[in-house]
Design a protein around this ligand. Structure first.
Ligand code: C5P
Length: 304
C-alpha cells in the first residue's frame, strides 16, 4: 500500500427487484437460463473495509441478521479470497456490513455485499482489475453480482450474468414488503423444477415492446399487467402465507403485486412516491414490515 492510500474504504451497493423473470429448464450444470428485467432500487447495503491482522466480518442492521455466516462462507470473505487468488496478493481485512436490504429475501442482498466488497477491497489494496477480470470475479461470486455492480436497469440473460443495461427516462415507485422468514434460492429453483415435472420450458426471445416502453418511461399503469415471475408459484408452494401478503398489498392499493425473485419479499407497484408511501403505511398498520422505495439508475459505488 502506498503511504497516501486511505485506511478505510466504504462502498455501497443497491438491492434489486426483477420486474419480470422468465426461467427456462436447467442446463447440464443445473443452472436455469433466464430472461429477466433487473431493476436496482434505492435501498443499499454499505461495506467498509480496512487492513487487519486477520480476516473478520461484522454486520449491523435494524433486523435479524443471525442467519448470515461470519466466516469464509460469507460472500464478502469469498470476494477477498477470489481477489487474492486471481488479481494480486493482498493482506487480511476487517469488513463491516451495514445492511438495509432484506436477508435471503429475493433482493440480492448477499450479491450487493459481494459487489461492494470487491470494489472496496480492490480500492483499499490498490488493485485495478480490468473489466474482464471484474466480470469473471463477479460471475464467480453469484449470478446477481454482475448486475449489482452496474445497477440501474438491465435486461439479463444467461444465468442473469449477461446484461444489456439501459437508461430509464423516469423512475418507478415500489413498496417492498419484507418477511422475517427466508427462502433458499436453490430450493426455490428446485421446487420450480418439481412443479414443472418432465415438461421442458423454453424462454421468450425478448420482452414485448409494450413492457420495454413502460419500463423505460417509468409508466407504472402500463407496466402493471406485465409484471411476471416464474419463481412465484414455487415460492408460494413453499410459503403459502405469501398468498395473503400478495392480496393485502393489492388491497392496500398497489397496481400490481408480485414475489421478488426467489422471495419471500413481495413488491407492490405504485403510481408515484406518495402512492407508494400510502400503501406502505397501510401495510405497516396491519403489522407488515413495508417501505416505499424508488428505483435508482445507480450501481455499486464508493461513499465519500
Ligand atoms: O448464482 P447464485 O449463487 O446466486 O445462485 C444460487 C443458486 O440458485 C444456484 O446454486 C442455483 O441452484 C440457483 N440458480 C439457478 N439458475 C440461475 C441462478 C441461480 O438454478 N440462473
Amino acid at each position: 500500500m502506498s503511504p497516501d492510500t486511505p485506511e478505510t474504504i466504504s462502498v455501497r451497493a443497491p438491492g434489486k427487484v426483477n420486474l419480470a423473470l422468465y426461467v427456462g429448464s436447467p442446463d447440464i450444470t443445473g443452472f436455469h437460463p433466464l430472461l429477466t428485467a433487473f431493476q436496482a432500487v434505492d435501498l443499499w447495503d454499505a461495506v467498509t473495509v480496512s487492513s487487519a491482522e486477520a480476516m473478520s466480518i461484522d454486520i449491523s442492521a435494524a433486523f435479524d441478521v443471525s442467519t448470515i455466516p461470519l466466516d469464509s462462507s460469507n460472500l464478502v470473505w469469498r470476494a477477498h479470497d477470489l481477489l487474492r487468488e486471481h488479481i494480486g496478493e493482498i493482506p487480511s481485512a476487517a469488513i463491516t456490513i451495514d445492511k438495509t436490504i432484506p436477508v435471503s429475501g429475493g433482493m440480492a442482498g448477499g450479491s450487493a455485499d459481494a459487489a461492494a466488497a470487491v470494489i472496496a477491497l480492490a480500492q483499499l489494496f490498490g488493485l485495478s482489475p480490468d473489466s474482464a477480470h471484474l466480470r469473471d470475479l463477479a460471475r464467480a461470486l453469484g449470478s446477481d453480482v454482475p448486475f449489482t455492480l452496474v445497477g440501474g436497469s438491465a435486461v439479463g440473460r444467461g444465468r442473469g450474468d449477461v446484461l444489456e443495461p439501459f437508461r430509464n427516462n423516469s423512475p418507478l415507485s415500489l413498496v417492498i414488503v419484507s418477511s422475517d422468514a427466508t427462502l433458499s434460492t436453490p430450493e426455490v429453483y428446485r421446487r420450480l423444477d418439481d412443479l414443472r415435472g418432465e415438461d421442458k420450458v423454453s424462454l421468450p426471445d425478448s420482452f414485448s415492446p409494450e413492457f420495454m416502453a413502460a419500463w423505460r418511461d417509468g409508466d407504472a399503469h402500463a407496466l402493471a399487467p406485465h409484471l411476471h415471475n416464474d419463481l412465484q408459484a414455487a415460492a408460494l408452494s413453499m410459503m403459502p402465507a405469501l398468498h395473503s401478503v400478495l392480496e393485502d398489498t393489492m388491497t392496500a392499493g398497489a397496481l400490481a403485486s408480485m414475489v421478488s425473485g426467489s422471495g419471500p419479499t413481495v413488491i407492490g407497484l405504485a403510481s408515484d412516491p406518495e402512492h407508494a408511501s400510502d400503501i406502505a403505511q397501510r401495510l405497516v398498520e396491519q403489522g407488515y414490515r413495508a417501505m416505499a422505495v424508488e428505483t435508482t439508475p445507480l450501481g455499486t459505488h464508493p461513499l465519500p
